[in-house]
Design a protein around this ligand. Sequence first.
Ligand code: NA7
Length: 548
Amino acid sequence: MSSIQKSNSLTDFDVVVVGAGFSGLYMLHRLREAGFSTRVFEAGDNVGGTWYWNRYPGARCDVESIYYNYTFSEDMLKEWSWSAKYAEQPEILSYINYVADKFDLRRDVQFNTRVQSAQFDDKKNRWDVQLNNGEKVSAQYFITAVGCLSASNVPKFKGLENFKGEWHHTGHWPHEGVDFQGKRVGIIGTGSSGIQAIPVIAKEAKHLTVFQRTPQYSSPARNTPNDPEYLKNIRKNYWEIRTKMRHSITGIPEEPRNISVFDESPEERQKVFEEAWQKGGLLNLTYTYNDLSITPEANAIVAEFIRSKIRETVKKPEVAEKLLPRFFYGTKRTIIDTDYFETYNRDNVLLVDVKEAPIQEITATGVKTADADYELDMIVFATGFDAMTGPLFKMDIRGKDGVSLKEKWAGGSHTRTYLGLGTAGFPNMFMLTGPESPSVLSNMMVSIEQHVEWVSDCISYMRDQNQAVIEVKEESENTWSKHCRDIADQTLFTKTDSWYMGANIEGKARGFQIYLGGVGTYRKICDEVAEKGYEGFILKASEKSAVN
Ligand code: NA7
């Protein structure tokens, strides 16, 4: 029996949405409320997106749970209580399921179904969408809600097919869980996923070998259970908090202190950094001074502070030395952890520097590096994702004249969008939290709600004005893309190899693809575009209304 679900008989929709994570589900809800027939296609067998796939041990959100939820329904804010400051993956997945139930969303989601291709038909002004169950559907609008980190990357290590033990990627973790007891486990990768998983696996496994290519900055999350009084207070002030989030820089209602690191004495800085370290949290260190992400000399000061903490925590100096990061702090994804560096003090944990002695191959019995063989029963790949463009390129998306998105963007090196929402030559297509929007450098929930609301308002406007086609003007995307790059070039982000730059994928061209101007500014720009009748887009009436 095929696991691919057959749809009901409807094949023509107003809107097709790809993905049933946070963005796809809210998109469905908004469009349905506005009276559009909408069908969501989802590869998984249930809702959740990122939180459906990333079930690895220790997976949790690093944005505080009270800020990492929908804000469009007051009922939900009252009904749902987060148990801890940083929610774990199972709790977030329960939340998404609760939302899907509450709004009866599943009836318009077709699970176990991938969109293979989508082609714009410029005679009919509709998208033809091909599914992996052989079916075809058609829609006036095509919306990608595929996330930025859904195309997992297992590097092409020689010999992986020979490995006799189990192996798993953190982003495709088995639903039934993985038993580490009594096993010699190897983990490759020390990004956010690796750093969350390592302390948990180390406690369970017989032995853990960490294969580290780039040491990372990480600071303590200091996770705690949420006090009911605290939650009561948050609920009381939620509308004010929500406004702050929506007009902030990152979607978290905090701002950097408006002071340069050079305006305070070394003793004062030490005190400020120490307080941030003790408090914990994703942006606490970054927000101590306003020039840490911009000026190399300022960044060097906070970087050295974190290195001193690593030296203090890790007992063996030769291990601590290997764990010291040297790139600009904050230019790879900022990481917060629970007992990450402490884990290297355990007797059953070994750190292997694979920059010094690279992995040469995976053998039947483990990992072979340039200077040793490591015997393993299991390998965990915490090796990240083909980010931003990867999830879009997994589908063959073709706009006018059959031009593919992959060709247009030259495999990712020439990303061009207007507001990150659309791209010229691809009419009636919208991307949610895609390249050149604030996306992964913001609180995703704030960015998702803003994109979904903007897109559903736009589609309603099109209907109300009898417009059939909306397409980005080429000059609008050229200006926007340049604007994104210009902002990024004023920061240190572009000075480091990271997945933000596409540098983690072999052969992928480098380019910074995120809008760094802040979610508040971005919202204002998008709102102004809408207020001016979707300035920067070309709108065309349907032929029927055009002759009237
Ligand atoms: P990341 O942040 O991309 O981390 C991947 C890690 O895997 C990182 O340490 C990489 O080292 C390492 N890696 C990748 N390829 C290799 C090879 N070939 N050999 C050795 N090591 C390798 O992915 P995560 O899943 O941790 O996090 C992704 C995002 O999810 C995160 O930023 C949050 O936004 C949520 P490198 O640094 O490239 O040298």
